[in-house]
Each structure stands twice: as C-alpha cells, then as structure tokens.
Design a protein around this ligand. Sequence first.
Ligand code: ZN
Length: 513
Amino acid sequence: MNSKADLILCNANVLTLNRRRPRAESVAVKRDKIVWVGRNADIELFTGKRIDCGGKTVVPGFNDAHIHIMAYASNLLSIDCRPASVVSITDIQEKIGRAVQHAPRGKWIKGAGYNEFYLAEHRHPNRHDLDRVAPNHPVKLTHRSLHACVLNSLGLVLAGISVETPDPPGGLIDRELGTGEPSGLLFGMNSYLNEKVIPPLSEKELRRGVKLANRSLLSSGITSVQDATVRNSFEQWETFRKFKKSGELVPRISMMFGLHALDDLKGRGLNYGYGDNGLRLGAVKFTLDETRGRLNPCQEELNEGVLRAHQAGFQVAIHAVEEMTVRAAAIALENCLRRSRKADRRHRVEHCSVCPPPLLRRLKAIKALVVTQPAFIYYSGERYLSDVPEAQLPWLYRTGSFLKSGLKPTASSDCPVVPCNPLVGIYAAVTRRAESGQVLSPKEASSAEEALWMYTFAGAYASFEERLKGSIEVGKLADMVLLSADPTGVAPERIKDIQVEKTILGGKVVWER
Ligand SMILES: [Zn+2]
C-alpha cells in the first residue's frame, strides 16, 4: 500500500548521524517530520513530491551552537573591514572616506571585522587615522573579536571618553604615550557603546540586516542557531519572535541571555526550554574575561551568578578564552554542583580556547560541555602561531582531545567573529590548517565524521534538543542539507569547497543554489 509523503529525498548518500543506521539512500517527510529513512528500493512505498539527489550527500541541518545574530545583522550593514577585503589601514581609510561622502553630517559610520594582525601596518588603527578621512562624522570600527573597537575623535567626544575618563570595570581605554589622551582604541567596551552611545539601527535597517543574515545562514546549511549574546533579554526575545512570525528569520533559534534578565524572564513564565521548535529559551550566558591579570567578574561574583542560574533551573554558558578564565569557569561549575547537585544541566564552557590537561580533566569530572570554534584555526591560525606562547600552543582549541575525553564538544562559528560556513569549520577541525596553510597542533585533528557530529548532533545535545533534531531519524524534525560532495569521502583539502545545494527546514526547501 502506498503512503503519502509531503517530500521524498531519493537517490542520495544520506549521512544520518544516527549510530544505529549511519547510512541510507532516501528519506520521506510528512509535515515537518521525518517519517521514513531507508533504501531507494523501498521508497516506492511513498508517493509525493520527490527530489532526486543524484547520488549527492544529505546530512542533518547544521546547528551553529554559538552565534550573535543581531551583531551579525548589524555587521552585514557595516563597512566590511575583514582581512578578506582590506589589507591595510590605508584601505580602511579609503572605505570610510567613501562612506562619509554619502552620509549626512553627524551620522555614525560603522566598520567591522578588522584584524590588526593582518593589516600591512601590523597595528590597530587609531583616532588620527580615522579623523583624517572622517573629521565630521563619528566613526566606530569594530575589531573582529568584538572585544575591541576604535573610535575617531568625534566618536570619543560623543561617548564622553577623554583624558580624564578612568577605565570602566572590565574595560580598558588605550592611551597615547606622554599625553595620556585616549588613542581611540577601546577594549571590552563594545556593549556599552552599542547600548548607550550609538543610536540603535532603525526598524528599516534592522530588517535589512536580519534579511541578509537569514540568507547567509540558510545558504550555509544552518537550520538551527544558538544566540549567545549576553545582552539578550525579554526585549530581544520579542524581537526574535517578531522576525520568526514574519518569516524573515527562518533558522530555529535557541536564545541565551544574561543574568540581568533572569528574574524578568522567569517572572513572565519563561523558564529554560520555553517556546517552540522555532524559538526557544536557552542558557544563562556569562562573559568572563581577564584584563591585566584580573578576572572580570571576580570569582565570587561568578560563583554566585552561576549558582543562581542553576538553582533557577537553567543551563549556564560561560564565555572563557584564556587559561585563567577557563579555570575560573571550572571552579564556578564545581562550586555550583557541590552546592546543588540536582539534575544534569549540561553546563557549557564557550570557547575554552586554552585548556591544559589538568583543566580538561576537571571539566570532564563535572561533565561540562565545551562549545568550540574550529574555524578560528582557519581564520586566525597564523596569528595564534605567531602570538600565542609556544608552551600554550598544544592546549589551543583541542578539539581532538575534547572528543577523546568524552566531553561532547559542540562546534560553532561565533559569527560575526568569523564567517558562519560550517564546512570551513569541518575542514579546520579535520586538517587543523590556517588559511595560510600552516598547521596548528595536528594531534588535535578530528575525523570528518566527528566534525560533522559536532556541527549537528552535538549542537542539538547542547540545547537539550537531541530528541528533536541533530540526526536524520524517524520522528525528528526534517532539517537536512544537500551537499555537492561528501565531507567524509573527499580529500580533506576539498572539504572547505563543498557547496550547500539545498537547505531543508521542517520539510520545506528554504534555500537552493
Ligand atoms: Zn560569542
């Protein structure tokens, strides 16, 4: 007897990521769920719209477990200053000079993505560089890391930053030698500037940015994202809801948020996991950094916050890059589990960039999840090799060791820090190669299967949604990607060039090449 399906993928090389049945040839979908996975010979049991995949590879939709959607949307509207588009401060000046000509006097000019390491001058731009081309417009140039930015003189005036301004908590105002005047370069002050100084995007601008971000995500095969923005609160939840409703932001979103918003969200009945398959409330995000050897926030404050979020029933996600901050994150999680052992909350350490063996063992003991960014190796590998102390290099982005130790690492892009293309991330996890071709601790390489798992199943696991998505199995959401080649079959060197041909979300083709 024939059964009716809404979509049938046949003649495919299906990598299901389901350990019980790793490979298949065809998939049938009814409404938004997968109802059948099997061989070509048996797909005749189904009638319905058919896509002949021509032997190409189908994988579960990619899940980018750490991304900043609104920053990405805003970046896409900014002047592109990434290493791929500028090679020098002179290039940046030229681009800003051109934008100034079209902008009304006084309007903020924004550039994004610069990385001083790749600039010919090998330094950060300063206010003088920017003043030269923009004397009458405030300028903000955001660093690739999102943790630093440069303002021109008018920008500094509007931000109220002068020679007398002390460094704010967690921030650092770079100063000129001799005079002590701000150089324009600011560390750890991005959120403050975005919230308090720079006018928000207009409704129209925001919509345009979100549309561009949506397109970029879908064309990269990303069907789920986890927004790790610490500034998120109920207001952002409502903004996401609006864009979900209008269909302008298609990928499924899990929204993390900062501790400041916990009481408000709980008060409104939004608990962990609240929402639906399109938009769900995720972890409480903590940012933890070290400025001049000091933790910000301090250990006690972090311990307290983490415990509070845990006791409120939430997963926590702690941003920790340096060894000192990863250790502080481990201490906070140990403390929290000692005080309140409740259910396994899959607490996350975001980045975990430097992780020597004793720290790795501690994270394992508390069953922490590590959310790593393999593509950083591709986009910044050269810089790591030249700037990171030799003794620390083996402990950098240890994807292989995270996998071997059973830490269940999850992959992500941290976009807009680097582009969101998961295939570049898979390539970097497998080859450990920087864009320049240099290799970073090859011992930490993982297999293409493992890397694919980190971008799909592990992502779902990291937001407690592995029963819903992350593999191609009967009963799961029909989120799948058709690729031009098999990442587990081609030569590793070719993985980064694999194209996404179709992106299917909830059984609908939402993007095709
Ligand atoms: Zn981030």
